[in-house]
Write a protein that binds this ligand. Structure first.
Ligand SMILES: [Zn+2]
Ligand SMILES: [Zn+2]
Length: 531
């Protein structure tokens, strides 16, 4: 903690020095020259810039601050052009466009490396400072990437005199075995993968501070050493970090830090995995908590996109998290319950799946149980997808008055009404469509209750949806006899031209009352409240 405080004080001191210099010069009337001087110190063209290309040819682009001649007379004297890369001295930009080189070296100045397409530096990107603080920025135009074979690093020998190189990675995808700098490291809107073997002493290391914003950073080292380490503190926001060592301790993985709206996963020791969620975090990459792992939700923390989170059975879930000695995250054990909402999903003709949500679950856990369909109250299976078949009679009703009994389906509950609609519409699994089926109601049917308010407008709530009987393609041609019963609580709100108990009728519908029902069809937008 002390280390960090000192860092902040030093930053303040730096800002104060700049302010004082500006105001002093303004008074003496040297404002314009001073402004220029300021500009050149913040964006100073490097003294040296060189590339070793794929054929091991050393190319000096800038030497002693002078842009070298690329031998191409067609190029302006501000340009040095190589194969799939060029340096533009007007912008102080090294542009890589699907380039492939061995090394890039920059000394004593600032440089922006603009990445376009997929680029490879098979060796190092090295920066040196012998004269103060400079910044190397790796920036992508859109979705540019860079793969570095050995190291992105600051080769400066620190002697405490402020000689250092900052590194900035912006809008880019960067892969490297090691990243280090004596200055500060800023990662913004980027995807950074650092994978060290067992020869490196760290994966990411800085002599100042590290800030990671809106980024995914994955850092691994193949031994029990520091993974992400900074002298003056680590600040992470809106980001996902994955930091792993092999055989080390938890506090070696990430050495302290300040985290907001972030998910930080540490893997250490003998494959111990711990993920800590801070604030309202969004995962950038899929995260799996293994069966021997732990996920800790700090006080009030949540993950907005749980679809990217997989928590294996056996993994520990801790809530109301807190830090022990500022290093180790712990919390209260969360045990899944079955107190949340229940929903059903169709499995097949025989079974459905009952989904029971864990109430207030930080990972949105749902218990899934397979059940056989069974007809319950009102003729529906709990899954709402299976209905009680209507009762077929052959010897009770003469529907057409020809003195012979007809095949007639008796409907005594809502489920049977839905089944009959399915029969006419041909949507029942394993049952042949019959658009001329006859039906009688033997009871008043209630599908939903209180669909309409007392003033006749739609009530709040969720209602079982009705699918009108028959379609314009296959109209109803049977006889539907209500026997003066009523059907109440039909609810229909979909894009359809024909709405109602029946959609398109060419048969006969008689003696049935429709109550407390709501039909709304698009595109005509006909709204019909019946009560
Ligand atoms: Zn739960
Ligand atoms: Zn079912």
């Amino acid at each position: 903690m002390k280390r960090r405080k000192r860092g902040i004080r030093r930053m303040f001191a730096g800002v104060m020095a700049v302010l004082m210099a500006l105001s002093a010069v303004n008074v003496s009337g040297w404002g314009v020259m001073n402004a220029k001087a300021e500009e050149t110190t913040t964006r100073k063209v490097p003294q040296t810039l060189s590339i070793v290309d794929e054929s091991q040819q050393f190319i000096s682009i800038i030497m002693n601050g002078e842009l070298q001649n690329d031998g191409d007379s067609g190029n302006a004297n501000t340009l040095y052009e190589g194969t799939n890369w060029h340096y533009d001295s007007a912008k102080n930009q090294l542009v890589l466009q699907n380039a492939s080189v061995q090394h890039i070296t920059v000394e004593d100045g600032d440089l922006t490396v603009l990445l376009s397409g997929e680029n490879t530096v098979s060796g190092n990107i090295t920066s040196y400072s012998s004269n103060g603080e400079h910044t190397l920025e790796l920036k992508s135009d859109n979705s540019g990437s860079l793969t570095v074979g050995t190291r992105i690093g600051d080769g400066t020998i620190s002697d405490g005199s402020g000689k250092k190189m900052n590194l900035k990675i912006t809008d880019a995808t960067v892969h490297a075995p090691e990243i280090s700098c004596k200055g500060s490291l800023k990662i913004e809107n980027s995807h950074v993968i650092v994978s060290s073997g067992d020869s490196a002493n760290y994966a990411i290391d800085t002599g100042c501070d590290i800030s990671i914003t809106n980024s995914y950073v994955e850092a691994k080292i193949g031994k029990g050493e520091y993974v992400i380490s900074s002298e003056n503190g680590l600040i992470v926001s809106n980001s996902q970090i994955m930091a792993c060592n092999s055989g080390g301790y938890e506090d070696q993985v990430i050495d302290g830090g300040s985290f907001s709206d972030a998910v930080v996963t540490k893997q250490y020791g003998n494959n111990v995995t711990k993920s800590v969620v801070y604030g309202t975090a969004s995962l950038i990459e899929k995260l799996t908590i293994p069966n021997n792992g732990t996920i800790v939700f700090m006080q009030g923390a949540s993950i907005t996109n749980q679809e990217l989170l997989a928590v294996e059975d056996g993994a520990k879930i801790l809530v109301n998290g807190y830090m022990i000695e500022g290093i180790e995250a712990s919390g209260d054990t969360h045990t899944h319950n079955k107190d949340g909402d229940i929903t059903y999903t169709w499995k097949d003709d025989k079974e459905h799946i009952k989904n029971v949500a864990c109430k207030d679950c930080p990972i949105g856990y749902v218990t899934k149980e397979t059940e056989t369909h069974s007809i319950g109250e009102n003729g529906f299976c709990a899954c709402n997808n299976v209905y009680q078949p209507a009762d077929l009679t052959t010897d009770k009703y003469d529907m057409d008055g020809n003195d012979s009994k007809d095949e007639v389906y008796e409907i005594s509950n809502a489920g049977q009404l839905y089944w009959f609609a399915g029969l006419v519409n041909g949507t029942l699994s394993g049952v042949t469509q019959n658009t001329s089926a006859n039906a009688v109601l033997t009871k008043d049917i209630v599908v939903n209750k209180n669909v309409l308010k007392s003033d006749g407008t739609l009530n709040d709530g969720t209602f079982k949806e009705w699918t009108p009987i028959a379609t314009s393609a296959s109209p109803y041609t049977g006889i539907f006899e209500g026997q003066n019963h009523t059907i109440s609580g039909l609810y229909f709100k979909q894009e359809a031209s024909f709405v109602g108990l029946f959609s398109v009728n060419s048969g006969k519908i008689a003696n049935v009352g429709i109550l407390d029902s709501y039909f709304y069809g698009q595109p005509e937008g006909t709204e019909k409240d019946i009560f």
